[in-house]
Design a protein around this ligand. Structure first.
Ligand SMILES: *[C@@H]1O[C@H](CO)[C@@H](O)[C@H](O)[C@H]1NC(C)=O
Ligand SMILES: *[C@@H]1O[C@H](CO)[C@@H](O)[C@H](O)[C@H]1NC(C)=O
Ligand SMILES: *[C@@H]1O[C@H](CO)[C@@H](O)[C@H](O)[C@H]1NC(C)=O
Ligand SMILES: *[C@@H]1O[C@H](CO)[C@@H](O)[C@H](O)[C@H]1NC(C)=O
Ligand SMILES: CC(=O)N[C@H]1CO[C@H](CO)[C@@H](O)[C@@H]1O
Length: 455
């Protein structure tokens, strides 16, 4: 496994074989990231290793590459957290319509259903013929505010048909490895699924369940209200905000903004975002706008007036900067660990409790699946110490962390962690109780009081 991990690092560091062009060497020198990997297709080219970083569709555990933890050990539980798959941009260019991709953002190939039912229908895996409600989104050309959005039929941050297909395959692969923990026909009894309050995560849950072979009936997925949701996470935490504001005002952060001011100016001139704090205080928005397009098969944006387009080289530098920023904020900054603990403590406590229940023999489910966001993945990766092994990159679409519980011989149980399909070297065999303790150690004693500053 160690050798495989080394190979992974080499693959990440190897120059131009991936589809993204090599970024400028001076960018590499500053931020320590190359931005290499695949950013323009869900399919990793066959000449690259299967575990190559693919931002559009992360590698994950599958029968073809997964190996048991060792002879004599039996898999008894899997706690999986994934990011949703490909979507439209979550951040809009101020004059979005002017930058419309030539073929537009069309979502005619994915149907959205949203309806309520009262009284609640029975939860079961048998077919139920209720009245379903499909809703179709339209953006009328004569809408007075149409200039703020693209011409097309997709909502902002909407899962695309391509994202749905990737999620379905993800579910199929997940079932190939972990399905036996659930059992055919016992899906709603043995598999517990949680999403964020964001619609796209529910769509991904649906696609993954479909890929797992759950076709009919009513499946219950759980979510928390957006105001206190712990998975995005969205609960208020002014203390965490203050910690982050402080470590984003020191040179370790501000230097990269100064160093890449020319890049920011160039991008700002093309997109009309110059001087806008939301776009210039970090590269998050550019990263989102560019990758959503390239992963969705669209070109990088061009300014219709000047004809200037964002160059592939600049996009690659943005990707490297995105990795740098994610690693800094959630992993490497002084106090990043406090920030992660405060802002994710509620979910970490829940994950630890699931595993404690397994240890106590009171967990009724064989597996739990959480469908979240990049912010969910990076915090979990950081809290589990994955950033001590290698710097953390921006969690790719569909990225996955699995905490497997193995039973050895008679009583000894241990946890093995997989990240994007690969076993994480230091987390191959942690006694279950120790693992629970490690996760709990990252949970503030009184997370509400510490967040609200009343501790
Ligand atoms: C919007 O896109 C459709 C389909 O590509 C096209 O037929 C139509 O002319 C476009 N409308 C505007 C206002 O750009
Ligand atoms: C980290 O937290 C300590 C204690 O609150 C504080 O003194 C220090 O300035 C913080 N560091 C940064 C970079 O914000
Ligand atoms: C370094 O990168 C900046 C921003 O992309 C660019 O303006 C500058 O010319 C580069 N310097 C060198 C020495 O390549
Ligand atoms: C196109 O570029 C010009 C020149 O930089 C800029 O002023 C304008 O805002 C850009 N267009 C849009 C629609 O943002
Ligand atoms: C191709 C390339 O730029 N590779 C560099 C990636 O970054 C590492 C440091 O993190 C360099 O050692 C590589 O040379």
């Amino acid at each position: 496994m160690l050798a495989r991990h080394f190979a992974l690092l080499l693959a990440l560091l190897s120059p131009s074989r991936a589809q993204a062009p090599s970024p400028s060497p001076n960018g590499t020198a500053l931020v320590g990231f190359n931005g290499t990997g695949v950013y323009s297709s869900s399919t990793t080219p066959a000449d690259l290793p299967w575990y190559t970083y693919n931002y559009c569709n992360a590698p994950h555990a599958s029968k073809a590459h997964w190996t048991p933890a060792g002879a004599g050990a039996r898999l008894v539980y899997a706690l999986t957290v994934v990011r949703h798959h490909k979507r439209t941009p979550d951040n809009l260019i101020p004059s979005e319509r002017v930058f419309n991709p030539p073929v537009g953002w069309t979502c005619a190939d994915i149907a959205a259903f949203n309806f309520a039912s009262s009284p609640p229908p029975p939860i079961s895996s048998s077919s139920s013929d209720g009245l379903a409600l499909q809703h179709t989104l339209s953006i009328p050309a004569n809408h007075p505010f149409a200039s703020l959005l693209w011409n097309g039929t997709c909502d902002v941050g909407q899962l695309t048909a391509g994202g749905y297909a990737d999620a379905r395959k993800h579910g199929e692969d997940w079932w190939g490895v972990y399905g036996a923990l659930v059992g055919r026909g016992r899906e709603s009894e043995r598999l517990w699924v949680r999403t964020s309050p964001e619609e796209r995560t529910m769509w991904v849950a649906r696609a993954m369940l479909e890929g797992m072979g759950v076709r009919d009936g009513v499946f219950d997925v759980h979510a928390q209200p957006a105001t206190i949701d712990s998975l995005v996470p969205d609960y208020p935490c002014p203390a965490a905000d203050a910690v982050r504001a402080a470590f984003q005002s020191v040179p370790a952060w501000t230097d990269h903004l100064a160093q890449f001011a020319n890049l920011a100016a160039r991008l700002g001139d093309i997109l009309g975002t110059r001087g806008m704090n939301a776009w210039e205080s970090w590269y998050d928005h550019y990263f989102d706008v560019f990758t959503s397009r390239t992963c969705g098969g669209h070109q990088l944006p061009c300014n219709a007036t000047t004809g200037a387009c964002v160059s592939a080289a600049d996009a690659a530098t943005v990707y490297a900067l995105g990795d740098f920023e994610y690693n800094y904020i959630w992993n490497s900054a002084q106090n990043a660990s406090t920030y992660t603990s405060l802002s994710y403590g509620v979910l970490l406590a829940e994950l630890a409790q699931n595993l404690a229940d397994v240890a106590a023999g009171t967990e009724p489910f064989g597996a739990r699946l959480y469908v979240g966001h990049d912010g969910s993945m990076i915090r979990l990766a950081s809290a589990l110490g994955l950033g001590d092994v290698a710097p953390l990159r921006w969690p790719a679409l569909g990225s996955e962390i699995v905490m497997e519980v193995w039973q050895e011989h008679t009583s000894e149980r241990f946890v093995r962690v997989l990240h994007d399909g690969l076993v994480v070297p230091p987390l191959t065999r942690i006694p279950l109780a120790n693992f629970v303790q490690r996760v709990r150690a990252r949970v503030p004693t009184d997370v509400f009081a510490e967040c609200m500053g009343t501790a």
